[in-house]
Design a protein around this ligand. Structure first.
Ligand SMILES: Cc1cc2nc3c(=O)[nH]c(=O)nc-3n(C[C@H](O)[C@H](O)[C@H](O)COP(=O)(O)OP(=O)(O)OC[C@H]3O[C@@H](n4cnc5c(N)ncnc54)[C@H](O)[C@@H]3O)c2cc1C
Length: 305
């Protein structure tokens, strides 16, 4: 099987997530070629052919032009799988490629076994196993689902493609979010609140436990999306990536997007009423309890020491 891996770069820096596509190809035991709109000054460590387009020529992102270039590579290589990250780039470009090729698309793949792909459904409460029936398939990979063991190595054989800037869409630039909020990556202890806290008033008990442990509080995305905590407290693929000495997940189920942001923590304690919650797979200790009882009791015992 041949795969075309679509790497990503931002402001001429290769995004390390690109290696997740390499990990996926290895899991599939597939031959791989790579496509990158980026810079020769920061090439991926990859043993194979790399089709490179300088972003100065094709625009950091220009759907029309990136689609044209990708189709050029597809025509040369005839891959069976075209692999994107499930990123803002992949979300936008993958369906355009699938439509142009009349290929099937499987989005947000978290696991694979031969031709079968696993994707989360029902807010990651269930998993669906699917297999494409078309000769060519476009897939997007959920961040953190595939990772390389060890440091990537190799140097690609570069084949340059020329980009075109004179298109209907023109990339103008990025707008940085305002700086501010909390830098959770520096915290030694993080106590995170999940949807299991039930209501915004209960965030205070998470904050109190974090304070008693000399740490910071974090949150899962539903807590942030509900406006109960600021975005800078969000842990996960669309929040911060943290690796504290101690991470307490309170009322957090353990969806892959959350695990991506905290699974490298040194010691993980999960407090959950559901003994089968997926968080148990990364937790060193799973406390099966109602957090509304357990968290204040733990805080009180820490404060009374
Ligand atoms: C593109 C994309 C990006 C995403 N990015 C992120 C991200 O960056 N970060 C993130 O967190 N999510 C992210 N998500 C959302 C993610 O898929 C999950 O929906 C989310 O992580 C679930 O949050 P949760 O665990 O708090 O809630 P739920 O999945 O609803 O889990 C709540 C948990 O609380 C437990 N519980 C309920 N009551 C109690 C109680 N009284 N005591 C103890 N336990 C209790 C339940 O058993 C359950 O396990 C993203 C999703 C997508 C599609």
């Amino acid at each position: 099987m041949k795969t075309l891996l679509v790497a990503e770069s931002r402001q001429n820096k290769l995004l390390s997530g690109s290696y997740e596509t390499v990990a996926f190809a290895r899991r599939m035991d597939a031959e791989a070629v790579m496509f990158l709109v980026g810079s020769e000054s920061d090439l991926p460590k990859f043993d194979g052919r790399l089709y490179l387009v300088e972003s100065s020529a094709a625009g950091e992102y220009n759907p029309e032009e990136h689609l044209r270039l990708l189709l050029e590579v597809v025509a040369k290589e005839s891959p069976e799988l075209i692999v994107f990250l499930h990123s803002s780039y992949g979300w936008d470009l993958a369906p355009r490629v699938a439509l142009a090729l009349q290929a099937s698309q499987i989005s947000e793949v978290i696991d694979c076994d031969g031709g079968e792909m696993v994707v989360p459904v029902c807010n990651a409460k269930l998993q669906r196993v699917v297999a494409a029936r078309s000769a060519m398939t476009v897939v997007t990979l959920q961040t953190g689902a595939f990772s390389l063991e060890g440091v990537p190595s190799g140097s690609p054989t570069v084949e340059k493609l020329s980009g075109e800037n004179d298109t209907k869409i023109r990339f103008i630039g990025y707008e940085e979010a305002e700086a501010g909020g909390v830098d959770l990556s520096k915290a030694g202890v993080i106590v995170s609140a999940g949807r299991g806290i039930g209501k915004p008033e209960n965030l205070a008990m998470i904050e109190a436990l974090a304070k008693a442990l000399g740490g910071e509080y974090g949150a899962s995305r539903p807590v942030v999306d509900s406006g109960w905590a600021e975005h800078s407290r969000q842990v996960g693929s669309t929040g911060q990536t943290v690796a504290p000495k101690l991470y307490l997940a309170c009322g957090i189920s353990g969806a892959i997007q959350h695990l991506t942001g905290m699974k490298k923590s040194e010691f993980i304690v999960a407090i959950n009423t559901d003994r089968d919650a997926p968080i148990r797979e990364v937790a060193d200790v799973l406390v099966v309890a109602d957090l509304k009882q357990f968290v204040p009791a733990l805080t009180a015992s820490l404060e009374n020491r």
